[in-house]
Write a protein that binds this ligand. Structure first.
Ligand SMILES: Cc1cc2nc3c(=O)[nH]c(=O)nc-3n(C[C@H](O)[C@H](O)[C@H](O)COP(=O)(O)OP(=O)(O)OC[C@H]3O[C@@H](n4cnc5c(N)ncnc54)[C@H](O)[C@@H]3O)c2cc1C
Length: 391
């Protein structure tokens, strides 16, 4: 079967790998001229590690990434509220978690595609999809070319997917969820003391403000600052580094240090959108995957993990079914888990970016007394569902 994949992000590249290995002919179309190196990083939780293991890429990810041992929740003064043992989660799910820069994960996926001889065409922007009399979709490119294939996977991310528009119409735009993120990566000079005493994710909570730092090694980090904003601004401040140093000026030392030592040109402002959970991700021979199908807020920590899971499940569905039944089978397999992740991420964002002082105090108090063993057990149950994990 010839499969056309729109977008060489995490979902598109991962599906290209699993489906090429099944013997399909794959063409990937990517609008960027070269692989995108922007952005911060992702934590690949044990469910993603399981999929990467199956893809034969876990060792490469482990070599490039760090192994987080703890998730610490702190208030905006740096007082520890509670800590979650990631080792416990890893043990419960039978795989280690890995923190990795996006560009490194992307490079691992794309290198593997190249090794397998999968064709990734850069500078190929999809502008729309249409329906032809034979009921097969056509893909229209910016350069005027029109392409077709047995199966078309819409993997163009959350904001402007032409495949999503084709499958769902104009009534399901991404939803702005009332806050901005600034993401960046930081290398602390080797002669300076490490930021933290352990490879612990640090999540600082304020009032309508939040700042998370994820170590990839003792001296390299990716981070995300967040601020409530009722409407998304038209543009970003010209100097994001100075803006963030002002905004988080009185925050604990690690927050200021990661911003100070960041590469200013790599800091990005993102108005955060997600998707309402839906019941259908396919129309004729077009299927949505990754963020184009089920974008959850970054507070889920699961976007990239779910994109990888899509690759695992789609390969299984295509192996066990003919094309006509594979697409509804894939949707049926993936809906419940991604829906739950989307809704939990919205609830988490509401608590973390609350602007009400009293509500924030209550949130911090709840965190202080939270039973983290129970939280770990719930995470393992939710994130591990539908996967052959062996604890
Ligand atoms: C601030 C932030 C922090 C996050 N942190 C985490 C985390 O810790 N853990 C986690 O698991 N997830 C995290 N995520 C989510 C994760 O990054 C996404 O869920 C994941 O990248 C989805 O992969 P994707 O391939 O579907 O989309 P993308 O990675 O967005 O890839 C889409 C690709 O399609 C291409 N494309 C777009 N339009 C076209 C077009 N018209 N024609 C051709 N190509 C096109 C794009 O250039 C891109 O290469 C975070 C997201 C954000 C915003």
């Amino acid at each position: 079967m010839h499969i056309l994949i729109l977008g060489a992000g995490i979902a598109g590249a991962a599906c290209a790998l699993t489906l090429q290995r099944q013997g399909h002919r794959i063409t990937v179309l990517e609008r960027q001229q070269v692989p995108d190196t922007m952005g911060g990083g992702v934590v690949l939780w044990p469910n993603a590690s399981r999929v990467l293991e199956q893809m034969g890429l876990l060792a490469a990810v482990a070599a490039k990434g760090g192994t987080p041992v703890q998730m610490r929740w702190l208030d905006r003064h740096g007082e520890l509220l509670n800590a979650l043992d990631i080792g416990q989660l890893d043990h419960a799910m039978g795989q280690a978690s890995h923190a990795i820069l996006r560009r490194d994960l992307q490079a691992i996926l794309l290198d593997q595609l190249q090794e397998l001889g999968v064709e990734v065409q850069y500078g190929r922007q999809v502008v729309s999809l249409s329906h032809a009399a034979d009921q097969q979709a056509r893909v229209h490119l910016l350069d005027g070319q029109v392409l077709q294939a047995d199966l078309i996977l819409g993997a163009e991310g959350r904001m402007r997917s032409s495949a999503r528009q084709f499958v769902l119409g104009a009534d399901h735009p991404p939803r702005y969820q009332g806050f901005l993120n600034w993401v960046g990566i930081t290398q602390i000079p080797a002669d300076q003391p490490p930021l933290f005493d352990a490879m612990a994710i640090h999540d600082y909570w304020g009032q309508g403000l939040r700042f998370g730092i994820v170590p990839v090694s003792s001296h390299s980090f990716y981070w995300a600052g967040a601020q409530t904003a009722l409407t998304p601004p038209q543009s970003a401040p010209p100097d994001l580094q100075t803006h963030l140093l002002d905004l988080f000026g009185g925050w604990p030392d690690p927050v200021r240090r990661v911003v100070q030592h960041s590469q200013p040109q790599a800091i990005r402002q993102i108005a955060i959108h997600d998707h309402d959970p839906l019941d259908c991700w396919h129309r004729s021979n077009v299927l949505l995957i990754g963020d184009a199908a089920h974008a959850a807020l970054p507070t889920s920590g699961q976007g990239a993990c779910q994109a990888l899971e899509d690759a695992y499940h789609l390969a299984q569905c295509l192996q066990d079914n003919d094309l006509q039944t594979a697409l509804p089978a894939f949707t049926a397999r993936r809906l419940a888990k991604t829906r739950q992740i989307t809704l939990q991420a919205r609830a988490a964002a509401q608590a973390l970016l609350n602007t009400d002082e009293h509500a924030c105090r209550q949130r911090d108090e709840r965190a202080r007394h939270a039973d983290t063993r129970h939280i770990v057990a719930e995470m393992a149950r939710g994130w591990g569902s539908d996967l052959p994990l062996s604890a």
